[in-house]
Ligand binder design. Structure first.
Ligand code: ATP
Length: 461
């Protein structure tokens, strides 16, 4: 069920919870921070890692036609000439002459519902448009390249210029032939990778929605041209199923079919998966049919032969490509927003209730799967609990905690989304059983220690 998200309050609460529980917090904070950079603490790093693993399983390792790779963050700069990034990877920038605030021109137009969207070919009369913050006059539009530049080697001159990759696709195109031949793959097949990308965004913000350093989970699916529609539909459905597995409500997703006039020059069809964030409907993922643009362009700029020979017909051609592209941090954000729940729950005092904050994360991606909590710090309980925690660590991600009251420990685990808490009490010493508490229902069940691993496996995997 979609939750009420039409207030920014939810964002504030989520950001505060993430900081308090060490999930996500501002980067370089002891030095006053670094604009819109975020670090992932222990639970955040585990959550991210579980999402990566789930993504790999869903899109790559559960299939016979997918291969994984890792290419460099720094590539030969000619790659970015061939991909068009050096010339075209720009955002339109305007400054307010009065308050000096910097804006993305297309975002201002979108806010004003000026249709069509910003178009480099059709300049807008900026005299008519004013600063959304102070109403001041805006400068003319300048196109700003979003790639981070650096130098390779000790000499900082033009010939040593390199770029941090702004996306991952390039590596999958430049290594296409090598991978296809080494792995003896026939079309259709795909190459996937997960890794960091860097964009010098003009207006980062909204927590981890738009940052300058982020991770992309992306794949290029190589096909014969006539197969593109069925491949597009297949990946579209897999992306929808992926979001369903993350408990993202259908009602929060809007499929935005990019209209012909707004398509990138190389794309025949693109759909954006938009999400209803507390700060508005904005892009979550993209799915594009990129024709043979990328391989043709890399063949042209590199001089390499990137054609594929059909083993059945002998026909030679440049494969076409369907590309699903998914941001990892945006996935974390929508997963957290979908999971964040506040509900009234009983306290230790008879008849009293208070608000319980619980992250109802899908169990397979929860940072901690099982918490082991001895009821008291007495030696006899602590000893059993520690041995049990270590046993369970062979199968699950486990946290051991013997501080504070049991009620507070349960609430803490609820706030980081731990599906099961296992409590060891004085009876456990005699009956060799423990109490398992379910995060969502708060129901408690007595489980024999010998059955515990199977009990948890059944519910977690
Ligand atoms: P946007 O229109 O929001 O700038 P985009 O269309 O430029 O996004 P793509 O180039 O398709 O995005 O990037 C692939 C995916 O990477 C996006 O669907 C999104 O999930 C994620 N992404 C893009 N830019 C950022 C960013 N600055 N911070 C975090 N994630 C991002």
């Amino acid at each position: 069920m979609a939750k009420e998200k039409n207030n920014l309050n939810l964002m504030d609460k989520l950001i505060a919870l993430c900081k308090q529980r060490g999930i996500i917090f501002p980067g370089s904070e002891i030095y006053g921070g670094l604009a819109n950079s975020w670090d992932f603490g222990p639970y955040g790093a585990l959550l991210k890692n579980n999402i990566r693993q789930a993504w790999l399983k869903h899109f790559v390792t559960s299939r016979d036609d997918m291969l994984l790779m890792e290419s460099g963050v720094i590539m030969n700069p000619k790659v970015w000439q061939a991909s068009g990034h050096l010339q075209n990877f720009t955002d339109p920038l305007v400054d307010c002459k009065k308050c000096k605030k910097r804006w993305r021109a297309d975002h201002i137009l979108e806010q004003k519902s000026a249709v069509p969207r910003y178009d480099k070919e059709k300049p807008v009369d900026w005299k008519e448009i004013h600063c959304p913050e102070c109403g001041g006059e805006l400068t003319a539009v300048r196109n700003f390249n979003l790639m981070f530049k650096s130098f390779m080697g000790p000499v900082e001159d033009k010939s040593a210029e390199v770029y941090l990759r702004p996306e991952l696709a390039a590596g999958m195109f430049t290594d296409f032939k090598l991978i296809q031949q080494a792995n003896r793959k026939k079309l259709p097949f795909g190459i996937a990778q997960i890794g960091k990308a860097f964009r010098n965004e003009i207006t980062p913000g909204n927590f981890i929605f738009r940052t300058r350093e982020f991770e992309i989970m992306e794949l290029e699916y190589f096909i014969k041209p006539k197969e593109w529609q069925s491949a597009f539909d297949m990946w579209f459905n897999l992306m929808k199923a992926w979001l369903k597995n993350l408990n993202v409500a259908d009602e929060d997703i809007k499929i935005n079919e990019i209209q012909a006039g707004e398509l990138a020059h190389y794309s025949e069809r693109t759909v954006d998966f938009e999400y209803n964030y507390p700060f508005g409907l904005k892009e979550l993922y993209g799915l594009a049919y990129r024709t043979d643009f990328d391989l043709s362009s890399h063949a042209k700029f590199s001089g390499a032969d990137l054609t594929y020979t059909d083993p059945d017909t002998g026909e030679k051609f440049i494969p076409h490509v369907v590309e699903p592209s998914m941001g990892l941090e945006r996935t974390v954000l929508v997963t957290l927003l979908s999971a964040y729940t506040e509900e009234e729950a009983p306290t230790a005092d008879e008849g009293e209730t208070d608000t319980r904050v619980v992250l109802k994360l899908p169990k397979h991606i929860a940072p901690i799967q099982v918490a082991v909590l001895p009821l008291s710090k007495k030696d006899e309980l602590v000893r059993i609990a520690q041995v049990l925690a270590q046993d369970l660590r062979q199968k699950f991600i486990v946290e051991y905690d013997d501080t504070q009251s049991i009620g507070r420990r349960y609430r803490r685990q609820d706030e980081i989304g731990t599906p099961y808490c296992v409590t060891i009490d004085f009876d456990s010493v005699k009956d060799k059983a423990v109490t398992v508490r379910d995060r969502d229902t708060m129901k408690q069940e007595r489980v024999n220690l010998l059955d515990l691993i199977d009990y948890l496996k059944e519910r977690l995997f």
